[in-house]
Design a protein around this ligand. Structure first.
Ligand code: GLN
Length: 362
């Protein structure tokens, strides 16, 4: 069955439908990772987005029950050049077509993903409608331009947990402040002897402090950080009371809590090979990234230092508070998918937490 991606500027890309035979609406973004499609599909930060993968063959190692960053695919829609129908891998328990069907995710293959990516790079990410079968393209074009996407303020509530829960791990007590966390962040914390209490995005500072955490990790998540003012207010209240680490959306929320500003990038950073420079050591790390917003360097207050920058476009990739045990990164130390160069940041967080515990004689 034929399928179409209709962008809000009226451009149409044609392909063959696979996955769920339905339509969807979302912000169309591209990711240049060469592997890790299942982690990308299940990353809650993609909630409300139609994800285009630039790597030409997707699904060749199938799907399994382990490479999940949340229990189900979170993307609104999925676009690839070729979806492999006969995967081969000892871990595979199924194929991508069936996986997307079971999870009601519409997808297209046979799309000129190179032309589509170049279009988004030139004109910026934009909204689009993915539709299959016998469609009226003129009607879709006007809908793509006018119909509002899933509204930003509804994204985080769609992916956070409703009630707090605790996962045993060890003697350090860490609160994971959850805006749509990738599982591998929690796996890392538990591996480093942390008992992790996962608290909903709507939690207040008093709720979080009542768990008597030794440290708080503010998670990644979907949408515009300015659509989560309650998270910013909570983080502002936590500053100075507990060591904090922010990852991606968590980094942006932390910057807003410090009264800095964020803005939308033209086409975002999504991939597994973004070069990031540590300004302290001069060392360059190859990082895993997935974000469409960034922190405005000039807006940072005196007591926040930029620690990392992106070497492709010079944007802020990391922050540290000059007095408080607080730091954050715009990229993904948990990788999944992508390079693992930045895992050391979890160890730095643990050191920061342990130093604070020692100071307080805990
Ligand atoms: N992975 C994330 O946490 C993404 C953060 C935010 N939604 C952005 O696109 O910039």
């Amino acid at each position: 069955m034929q399928g179409f991606l209709v962008l809000e500027d009226g451009t149409v890309f044609t392909g063959e439908a696979f996955g769920h035979p339905g339509s969807c609406h979302g912000e169309v973004v591209f990711n240049t990772s060469m592997t890790g499609y299942q982690e990308i599909l299940t990353d809650p930060s993609y909630c409300g987005q139609i994800v285009v993968l630039t790597y030409p063959l997707i699904g060749n190692y199938g799907v399994n029950a382990e490479d999940l960053e949340s229990p189900r695919p979170q993307v609104a829609g999925f676009i690839v050049h070729e979806a492999c129908s006969r995967p081969s891998n000892w871990r595979a328990t199924g194929d991508i077509d069936r996986y997307l069907k079971e999870n009601h995710i519409p997808a297209l293959q046979g799309v000129d993903t190179r032309a589509l990516t170049r279009h988004l790079r030139r004109h910026g990410t934009m909204r689009g409608i993915l539709a299959v079968g016998d469609v009226d393209l003129d009607e879709l074009k006007s809908r793509a331009a006018t119909e509002p996407p899933l509204s930003g303020p509804r994204l985080v509530p769609a992916v956070t947990n409703k009630e707090p829960f605790t996962l045993a791990g060890g003697d350090r007590r860490i609160v994971l402040y959850n805006f749509g966390v990738k599982e591998n962040i929690i796996r890392w914390l538990r591996r480093l002897d942390c008992t992790v209490t996962v608290m909903p995005a709507g939690s207040r500072a008093a709720d979080i402090l009542a768990a008597r955490p030794h440290g708080v990790v503010v998670s990644n998540g979907p949408g515009d950080p300015k659509d989560v003012p309650y998270g910013v207010a909570t983080i502002r209240e936590l500053l100075g009371k507990v060591p904090l680490m922010g990852i991606c959306l968590g980094h942006q929320l932390l910057a807003l809590a410090l009264r800095a500003d964020t803005y939308k990038l033209p086409f975002g950073h999504r991939g597994g090979n973004h070069p990031v420079k540590d300004l302290n050591t001069g060392r360059v790390y190859i990082t895993s990234q997935n974000h469409g917003y960034a922190v405005r360097a000039e807006s940072l207050p005196e007591d926040a230092a930029v620690t990392h920058i992106n070497l492709n476009d010079g944007t802020v990739e990391g922050l540290r508070h000059r007095q408080l045990p607080v730091f954050s990164v715009q990229y993904h130390p948990e990788s999944s998918p992508g390079p693992t160069d930045s895992e050391y940041l979890f160890y730095e967080f643990i050191e920061m937490v342990d130093a604070a515990r020692e100071r307080e004689g805990d």
